[in-house]
Write a protein that binds this ligand. Structure first.
Ligand SMILES: [Zn+2]
Ligand SMILES: [Zn+2]
Length: 320
């Protein structure tokens, strides 16, 4: 990445300009930088885990004031008129606009977005710890919430990384019995300190077999192929295996256990602005924090390299 200057033009009536203090680095940024998804346009400015202060508001914006501390995640606009927007599920709007796809993102001094997608940050949250919640946090919070995780639930979190370390904390806040599944045995202590009751080394097939029929909801945050059949076996009747990470290969599984146990496989994307506010409020009240490593914005390239090499525990945040 190189320094790049652009002139944003007039502020739209429903837009907000944010003076950025912090921006998290998400794996999606890395994919967009190298155009892995074929949707990047260059010059390209990554960044969609943004915290900062409102610098200017458009003429129709009544909900935010200049100087207020706010956050902006993956989504920066939607049509506001379709069935999904009317139902408060703006993240499912077919005209959803992403903060850093065909728009200029948050590895920057400033960013603009529709005011409906700019959310106040609760006072109890530090800006640098709040930034990763705006994409990683909502991505794991929303499926736990939508799938009715409760104190009676047994929840498995697959992968202890940028998403998984936050998912363990939220699952614990929801009162569930939490099991962390990881291929790294050395992460056990950390998983337990984040709130996991149990730890399973998913490389050990005996340990995986012993988990058969124990989990109500398993959330996979990993982007590597795994033995998904063994995770399906770990589900209790009516259980769900939910994906927020994308493994490279298509799934190949036997469906009989799924049918007999009335089980489900599903996926889940970010969340609506209302859910984003709720998630931040829950994080503030229950002390859910992203574990971060901070880098000056000018060292974004260095930070990205470290993320690429999987050497950051667990989320890199750029600071202006
Ligand atoms: Zn992201
Ligand atoms: Zn819409």
């Amino acid at each position: 990445m190189l320094p790049f200057h652009y002139e944003p033009g007039d502020l739209g009536p429903q837009e907000v300009e944010i003076a950025i203090t912090h921006c998290g680095i998400c794996h999606s940024d890395l994919h967009l930088i190298s155009n892995d998804w074929g949707i990047s346009q260059y010059p390209f400015i990554p960044g969609h885990e943004i915290v900062g202060a409102v610098a200017a508001v458009g003429s129709q914006v009544k909900s935010l004031q200049v100087g207020q501390r706010v956050g902006l995640g993956w989504q920066s606009s939607s049509c506001g008129e379709c069935e999904w927007c009317m139902r408060g599920l703006e993240n499912l709007c077919p005209k959803a606009e992403c903060t850093c796809v065909h728009r200029n993102g948050g590895y920057a001094d400033s960013v603009r977005a529709n005011a409906r997608f700019v959310v106040p940050i609760p006072e109890a949250l530090e800006s640098e710890q709040a930034a990763p919640l705006l994409c990683a946090g909502i991505t794991v919070y929303n499926p736990l919430r939508n799938n009715g995780v409760s104190p009676s639930s047994r929840v498995g979190i697959v992968g202890i990384g940028g998403l998984g370390h936050i998912a363990i904390q939220f699952a614990r806040v929801f009162g569930a019995e939490v099991t962390a599944f990881s291929t790294s045995a050395d992460k056990e202590e950390e998983a337990r300190s984040l709130g996991a009751h149990n730890f399973v080394n998913s490389r050990e097939s005996k340990a995986m077999k012993e988990m058969a029929g124990t989990q109500d909801f398993i959330l996979s945050t990993v982007s590597a192929d795994q033995d998904w059949g063994s995770y399906l076996q770990a589900l209790r009747p009516t259980g769900t295996l939910c994906f927020v990470g994308v493994p490279p290969s298509p799934l190949s599984i036997h469906l009989s256990p799924l049918i007999n146990g009335r089980q489900s496989i599903c996926g889940s994307p970010i969340g609506s602005p209302a859910r984003l506010r709720e998630m931040l409020d829950v994080a503030a009240r229950h002390g859910v924090k992203a574990m971060i490593e901070s880098f000056p914005m000018a060292k974004a390239n260095e930070a990205i390299e470290k993320v690429r090499k999987n050497k950051v525990r667990y989320r890199a945040v750029l600071a202006n």
